[in-house]
Design a binder for this molecule. Sequence first.
Ligand code: ATP
Ligand code: MG
Length: 559
Amino acid sequence: MATETNETKDRSLNFLEEIIEESIAKGETRVQTRFPPEPNGYLHIGHAKSICINFGLAKKYGGKCNLRFDDTNPVKEDTEYVDSIKRDIHWLGFDWAQERYASDYFDQLYEWAIVMIKKGLAYVDDQTQEQIRENRGTVSVPGTPSPWRDRSVEENLDLFERMRKGEFKDGEKVLRAKIDMAHPNMLFRDPIMYRILHTEHHRTGNKWCIYPMYDYAHGQSDSIEKITHSICTLEFDVHRPLYDWFIKALDIFPSHQYEFARLNLTYTMMSKRKLLKLVQEGAVMGWDDPRMPTICALRRKGYTPASVRNFAEMVGVAKRDNTIDLGKLEYCVREDLNKVAERRMAVLDPLKVVITNYEDDKTELFTAINNPENEEAGTRQVPFSKVIYIERNDFMEEPPKKFFRLRPGGEVRLRYSYLIKCEEVIKDAEGNITELHCTYDPMSGNGSSSDGRRVKGVIHWVSAKHAVESEIRLFNPLFTKENPDDCEEGQTWEDNLNPESMVKVKGYLEPSLMEIPIGQAVQFERVGYFCPDTDSTKEHPVFNRTVTLKDSWAKINKQ
Ligand code: ATP
Ligand code: MG
């Protein structure tokens, strides 16, 4: 029954898999999970981990995973978010068994609230939010029961119905569970089940003016969907007893909650509220700004779905909170792109080279390999002419010993093309190098040379007259601090924004790069991985740096 994905083959079971395999051993073979986003923002890399866990477990054990929008707070929710969430989950490569909404269950939840009232387990409270908070007590001091706590069932039924009908204003009344005002778990001190909100809901419109709270809605929604494993992040562990309490009080399908550690990444802000602030204040170009940790931003930046899934697998499922090195995410995208990305040539910091013994108007085409890791990717033609650009740092006037690139009097191989020799360095009045005059060996075009001599260095280049000028956006972490919330006195997390998070330079591309679809990363040989941005047009190409080539994380870990 177990269909293992490539990504989970070679490792021991994580604790959630252990739990599932134990219940399978006991004969409970059905696995039903759900991913329950609140549609109040775009999904980020932390959600991606939750998606991979929930959909991944269902897939591995032949079960199902629902997508359930936890839309119980109409104030912050929007269909824009619903659409983006669905798109992002599909992009990651998952599909849900059923698309559900907590709001689908508003009628059922309301019925159940009446059941609770009839059982003497819920009451309408007239206290203000403030009074309720004050009367909750503290961990060491028991709470004070509300003066309305002992209302009769009839009165509660009547008031609750009038709450639903809209007879009261926001905040005038709430429905609370009647549990224990001295309970050591503060959540048990008569938690609020319903509040009044005269706000239009993105799905139910104006049908309701009372909305259920998370604790009252979540477990019951799981139960309605017969969720076997309700997986959430660690901060909900204190909610678990309450989750169980409501299910027991209503005597409905016993879903169970399991908690894992949420994903934290260095240099990355994971709070939706703060990400929304960055968007609203224009600190970034939008939710999909490539510097954001959102899934749509990773997509725009050129990440592949496989790289994100592999990352989720690599960081695993832990029971303790920790912070993962951002380098691991970059490592995963680099590994995947190395296999799948086509190679191209582009020069980001050009130095003009004139091949003095090459014919003025001639153009030759050289065959270049698209992907040495994948023969099927084939080849392409790259134009060559008298004036080319090379990377400025591929030439040194006074190079150190092991510098195998171009130097005065030295020779270097142009990738896929000729050997050239530097004959003369041209400078401006200030002594800056403006161009090089080189000669080429006409016999060296097919990887050989006129007399069999071998040359060590190979550099990339583009033909000046064929090159396409492009804006190149180089991205660095959005925050300067490993923990963006770690700030000096008198400062806020926003002071940790990195002013260098996006650096724009002008690059020169080989012409075939204009055919690469938006979002698809290619390797600029020897430079890094880049993809055309959504802002890119024929007239004004824009490329994003997906990730650099150098792999500092793997190096550290291989030592
Ligand atoms: P909010 O602050 O709006 O509640 P949230 O990040 O909890 O934000 P939800 O939409 O409620 O967002 O999350 C959907 C699911 O994703 C939940 O099960 C939540 O536990 C999980 N999740 C959210 N953030 C992370 C994270 N950083 N790592 C792993 N899972 C996460
Ligand atoms: Mg949440």
